[in-house]
Write a protein that binds this ligand. Structure first.
Ligand code: C2E
Ligand code: CA
Ligand code: CA
Length: 781
């Protein structure tokens, strides 16, 4: 902005400056030319004056000479001269002298002696001072300027004939201020005229002045130095004068006399002062007008430019309100309108970019960034609690690998819509390729589980297209605010961790557990230690007895693994089974469990306790094609009837390489081992689907059993499962029996087995044997 105004201002100032410079140069030129013209004019005038002065003096001479000649015709005078009658001569001289304006008259004899003098009685007989004038007088006009006794006189000498020359009359006309004034009256003689007499070499003194009051006269009363022969410029007093010095003819015996003429340049310039004043005023006016113009333009430009700068700043800060149109038709108006249009365009583009940056292109749902911001926002607003569901479609990576992105995108879009439909007011986002996030503000863990179940139901039906039907196989991880974490990023990460755990569990959903968080440092060390646990004998099996409901006998037990950690104490399988799977240790663990359980079963057998023992297999085990032969060899080597060993698998164990898993199961079953589906009810598969699997037993998941006493819905579900299971020829076991009510209900609907804390806790082999022996005593029943 500054540069724009700076530019305009500079331009305007340049023009004003130019105006001033041109005016000043013009002024200087005009002054120079005028000055020179005046000087020349002055010089001309002075030269003319000098000539006029000479001419006037000549006139004076001629007039006086004529007068004297008339006087010489006077007979009485001639007679008086001849008779030497001095009195008559003096009287005549007096009379005539007065008439011609002379201040002194003399009669001089032809021999040069003074015969009579009107000013000095005693001069008779003295010699006349200026004899050279006498000789000249006989053949031409003889008049010269002479200094006599401190005064200057115009001395005119006229011979007197009778008819022979008899003498000469000398007329003294004093050249004083009066005479000069008189001459000024008669002619154009200047006021600035001074007559100077040389008193000593280079010392001059004024004896007559045209006007004593002028600086010229005052400045030249006494002069040291000589006068230039040409007119020249001199500073006299406070003023500039052109001075012309004209030497006057003087008799030999007289001091030199000079007449000085002055031409005052100041006076000559005076008429031009007005002009200069008017011109200066004009210049000042122009300057003022120019500066006003500059100021107005600058203001006119700077105001809207400043305003535009403010608008630009606002846009920079993300305020896209469209600025009002400027009612101007000039470039600035156009610029303002362009900025308005641009603002709208930038706003649209920014909205689009923002939408792209915060939304997933496939589902149109907010992305991970957006949901993270949303969660942070609701935390900042102070929600008391909240739950974060991370819904993973666990087959998506496989789907992309096998059928590509096109179909996968359609599947994910469909999943997104299903989730949206059941999410209600909750925030839904797509966090990664295969993960959705649902944020339920103001909900606790119970609501979270309900929501998770709703989501799982919504995603249960496979995605179908003509010729394609794909199971989404969802798994949901749940992180609770503020229990698990207080920050959005952590909640997201924890929910994801939980989702991994859920993918491996039978329920298909799981809460975050710090203990199994793969990113926790202690888990890393646990994973390392797990390798050693087996060789160091830190693993044990506990056995949880199961009650046969028809006979009320403990006829079987499930082997559950425990890790006796030297520092951390007993670690439950939920913590380390997942780790073992992740680190590739699960097969060793499974084989160890099988061997230990088979050995134990054999031992009980030897003690007379015929207990069927169940061992849990993990999903990874079903990928092991050697497993059926291994187990068969194991049972055979311990001489354990195959029917005494149950192998528990979850439905989710069938995910992945379904065909090979199915083959392993078939082989196991063919060899006579008992196969149980663990955690039945929380998976997605239907009973009809299960029917394709070689299965002997269903274990109803704890979540349906725990609340049997109080929850009629659960009772309906459990009864249906029992009935359907029996209908398909399966044995049915209920897990998680925690009270008598549940046990009684299960007995009433003819469920086969009950397992749970109410029946027995997982126990060491010895403790279990004791329990069974105690229970089988007749008095106990
Ligand atoms: P599961 O197979 O469903 O085992 C039953 C779990 O429920 C056991 O937990 C048991 O202690 C617990 N339980 C039994 N009755 C009740 C009850 O009345 N109320 C409640 N609240 N819980 C009850 P545990 O021992 O912590 O085992 C957890 C899971 O770890 C097992 O679930 C199983 O999936 C897995 N697991 C345990 N041992 C092994 C093993 O040797 N190999 C493999 N692959 N998995 C194992
Ligand atoms: Ca089990
Ligand atoms: Ca179970």
């Amino acid at each position: 902005m500054r540069t724009v105004i700076g530019f305009r201002l500079r331009l305007a100032l340049f023009f004003v400056g130019m105006l001033v410079v041109v005016q000043l140069i013009t002024g200087a030129l005009v002054y120079g030319v005028t000055h020179r013209a005046l000087v020349m004019d002055g010089e001309r005038q002075l030269a003319a004056n000098a000539k006029a002065f000479d001419a006037q003096m000549e006139d004076v001479s001629a007039r006086i000479a004529g007068n004297v000649r008339v006087m010489a015709l006077d007979f009485a005078l001639r007679q008086a001269i001849a008779q030497g009658d001095r009195a008559t001569v003096l009287s005549v001289l007096h009379n005539h002298g007065r008439r011609v304006g002379a201040s002194r008259m003399q009669l001089v004899n032809l021999d040069g002696t003074i015969a009579a003098d009107t000013a000095d009685e005693h001069a008779s007989g003295q010699t006349f001072s200026f004899v050279e004038l006498m000789q000249r007088a006989f053949y031409q006009q003889a008049a010269e300027m002479a200094a006599v006794q401190g005064h200057v006189y115009w001395i005119i000498v006229v011979p007197i004939y009778a008819p022979q020359p008899v003498g000469l009359v000398v007329v003294y006309v004093q050249v004083d201020d009066q005479l000069l004034a008189h001459m000024q009256e008669l002619s154009t003689l200047r006021r600035d005229v001074v007559l100077e007499v040389q008193r000593a070499p280079s010392q001059w003194e004024a004896v007559a002045q045209g006007d004593r009051s002028t600086p010229f006269a005052l400045g030249l009363e006494r002069v040291t130095g000589d006068f230039p022969a040409q007119p020249s410029l001199r500073r006299i007093g406070q003023s500039d004068y052109i001075v012309l010095a004209q030497p006057l003819q003087h008799p030999f015996n007289s001091a030199p006399v000079v007449v000085l003429f002055g031409y005052s340049l100041d006076d000559a310039l005076r008429p031009y002062h007005k002009l200069a004043l008017a011109w200066s005023a004009l210049l000042a006016l122009g300057l003022a007008a120019g500066l006003l113009g500059v100021w107005v333009i600058a203001r006119n430009v700077s105001r809207p430019v400043e305003w535009l700068a403010t608008v630009a700043k606002r846009i920079e800060q993300g305020d896209y309100r469209i600025p009002p149109r400027l009612p101007r038709r000039d470039e600035i108006g156009a610029l303002a309108n362009a900025i308005g249009t641009m603002t709208a365009a930038v706003q649209q583009r920014e909205e689009r970019i923002f939408h792209q940056a915060t939304h997933d292109a496939v589902t149109g749902l907010p992305n991970r960034l957006a949901i993270e911001a949303e969660i942070t926002l609701s935390i900042d607003r102070g929600v008391a609690r909240g739950s974060l569901l991370m819904i993973g479609l666990t087959r998506v990576p496989d789907i992309i690998k096998t059928v590509g992105h096109g179909l996968c995108d359609r599947l994910v879009r469909d999943a997104g819509e299903r989730i949206r439909r059941v999410a209600g007011a909750a925030e839904v986002a797509r966090a990664t390729d295969s993960n959705f996030v649902v944020w339920l503000a103001d909900t606790g863990s119970d609501d979270a589980v309900q929501a998770a179940t709703r989501m799982l139901d919504a995603l249960a039906a496979p995605y179908t297209e003509p010729d394609v039907s794909i199971d989404m196989v969802p798994a949901i991880g749940i992180a609770i605010y503020p229990e698990h974490a207080t920050m959005a990023v952590a909640l997201l990460r924890y929910a994801e961790t939980a989702q991994f755990a859920a993918a491996g569990s039978s329920k298909a959903w799981a809460f975050y557990q710090a203990a199994i968080d793969p990113h926790r440092p202690e888990r890393l060390s646990l994973m390392g230690e797990l390798r050693e646990a087996l060789t160091r004998g830190q693993l044990e099996l506990r056995y949880q007895a199961r009650l046969a409901l028809s006979s009320r006998r403990l006829d079987s037990a499930e082997a559950l693994m425990r890790w006796q950690h030297p520092l951390r104490g007993t670690i439950l399988p939920d913590v380390f089974i997942g780790m073992a799977e992740d680190t590739g240790n699960i097969q060793r663990l499974t084989r160890w469990a099988l061997e230990t359980a088979v050995t134990q079963a054999r031992q009980w057998c030897s003690q007379g306790l015929m207990l069927r023992v169940a061992v849990n297999l993990s999903a990874h085990d079903l990928g092991d094609a050697d497993l059926p032969r291994y187990i068969a060899d194991l049972a055979d080597s311990h001489r354990l009837p195959h029917g005494q060993l149950t192998l528990e698998i979850t439905e989710r164990a069938m995910i992945g390489e379904f065909d090979s898993a199915l083959r392993v199961l078939h082989q196991l079953r063919e060899q006579g081992f008992h196969i149980a589906i663990d955690d039945f009810g929380v998976g997605q598969s239907s009973l009809s689907y299960l029917h394709k699997l070689p299965v002997d037993e269903l274990k109803i998941d704890q979540s349906f059993v725990k609340h049997l006493t109080h929850d009629p819905n659960d009772r309906v579900i459990v009864r249906s499962i029992v009935e359907l299971g029996h209908g398909l020829g399966y044995e049915v076991t209920a897990e998680g029996v925690e009270d008598e009510g549940a046990l009684d209900y299960l007995a009433s609907i003819h469920c086969d087995h009950a397992q749970g804390f109410f029946v027995a806790r997982p126990l060491s082999p010895g403790a279990l044997a004791d329990l069974i022996i105690t229970q089988s005593k007749p008095d106990h029943a």
